[in-house]
Design a protein around this ligand. Structure first.
Ligand code: HEM
Ligand SMILES: *[C@@H]1O[C@H](CO)[C@@H](O)[C@H](O)[C@H]1NC(C)=O
Length: 322
């Protein structure tokens, strides 16, 4: 009897500590019931003015999670903070987060973390772009550390598959998560600078990157002339840059990937089969649907090294540590 009771208590304690160490959906349902609706209406107002703002918000969440965990550290302004590091200079959508935060501080001061606002805004951005929606587990706390020197965990568009894989697996994400999450490039844009080297003298061969589809190569060369403006913006998904669909994967299959890192997903068997599945070129290959898998992968990414309970703080202003 005593042994049974002991096991029961042990299991109860285990369940309790798991619950304590996790985020949960509806974390603000009693402390700030309008929290999620406020983020939603703010993202929507900005989206209605500029549908490309959705891509900015989704990327901010990714860059937040990969450095110091999803703790709003990417939002902090300052000369030596993450936000000022090269991989983050093109991030946009900070004004949307600030807008939601100031409304939430008026509604429920000191309750809703900036990290959660970023996670919720990413979900709403995908939903508004005709993508899937999902319940976002919340309860993240804001971090108190943001250093530009720590942004090397972020992937570069020049990374090989093995480096991409290393960077994702360091965050507990596998090949399936990698391919699924990079599918975020179905919306948004990139500077010519990040891929122009593929168009002219790739790896000093004197020729363009041979993996680029010929017709697409001419289009990209017209958009990004050799000595043209490197900051010119080009859609990451040539067919539908504001719609969250599977065309990104069809592009990669057809040699129409813009970033080298995107196109490389087709170059290796392990990632290719996942791209092929989402592109729908082989019916039921892995039986995976992008609109089902993307939310699952996002929930995993959104949980990276989160701070909870009494860790960190709830910032008053998202760009400043209290
Ligand atoms: C190997 C992984 C990845 C690499 C190398 C990569 C690289 C890049 C680059 C170079 C850009 C263009 C930035 C600019 O010119 O301003 C970009 C844009 C973007 N990335 Fe990624 N990315 C990766 C994974 C992801 C993931 C996991 C997400 C989200 C889940 C994401 C979401 C986005 C979005 C939405 C944009 C468009 C942003 C905008 O229009 O402002 N990316 N990415
Ligand atoms: C390509 O780059 C290499 C190395 O910089 C250079 O030697 C070569 O002349 C270039 N080729 C062309 C066609 O520009």
């Amino acid at each position: 009897m005593e042994a049974k009771l002991f096991v029961f208590l042990l299991i109860s304690v285990m369940i309790f500590s798991v619950a304590q160490s996790q985020l949960k959906t509806g974390f603000y349902s009693s402390s700030c019931p309008r929290a999620e609706a406020t983020v939603r209406s703010t993202v929507e107002a900005h989206f209605n003015k500029d549908p490309t703002s959705a891509a900015g918000l989704l990327r901010v969440h990714f860059h937040d999670c990969f450095v110091q965990g999803c703790d709003g550290s990417v939002l902090i302004t300052g000369s030596s903070t993450e936000r000022n590091a090269p991989p983050n200079l093109g991030l946009r959508g900070f004004e949307v987060i600030d807008d939601a935060k100031s409304q939430l501080e008026a509604l429920c001061p000191g309750v809703v973390s900036c990290a959660d606002i970023v996670a919720l805004a990413a979900r709403d951005a995908v939903d508004l772009s005709d993508g899937p929606s999902w319940s976002v587990p919340t309860g993240r706390r804001d971090g108190r550390v943001s250093l530009s020197s720590q942004t090397s965990d972020l992937p570069s568009p020049l990374d090989s598959i093995s480096v991409q894989r290393q960077k994702f697996s360091a965050k507990g994400l596998d090949d399936h998560d990698l391919v699924t999450l990079v599918g975020a490039h179905t919306i948004g844009q990139t500077d010519c600078l990040f891929f122009r080297y593929r168009l002219y003298n790739f790896t000093a061969t004197g020729n363009p990157d041979p993996t680029i589809n010929q017709a697409f190569l001419s289009q990209l060369q017209a958009l990004c002339p050799k000595d043209g403006d490197g900051s010119k913006r080009v859609a990451l998904d040539k067919d539908s840059q504001t719609t969250f669909d599977v065309s990104f994967f069809k592009n990669v299959r057809d040699g129409n990937g813009v970033l080298e890192s995107d196109q490389r997903l087709w170059g290796e068997a392990a990632t290719r089969s996942i791209v092929q599945n989402y592109a729908g070129s082989v019916r039921g290959l892995l039986g995976l649907r992008f609109d089902v898998e993307f939310p699952k992968a996002m929930i995993k990414m959104s949980s990276i090294e989160v701070k909870i309970g009494t860790q960190g703080e709830i910032r008053k202003v998202c760009s400043k540590i209290n």
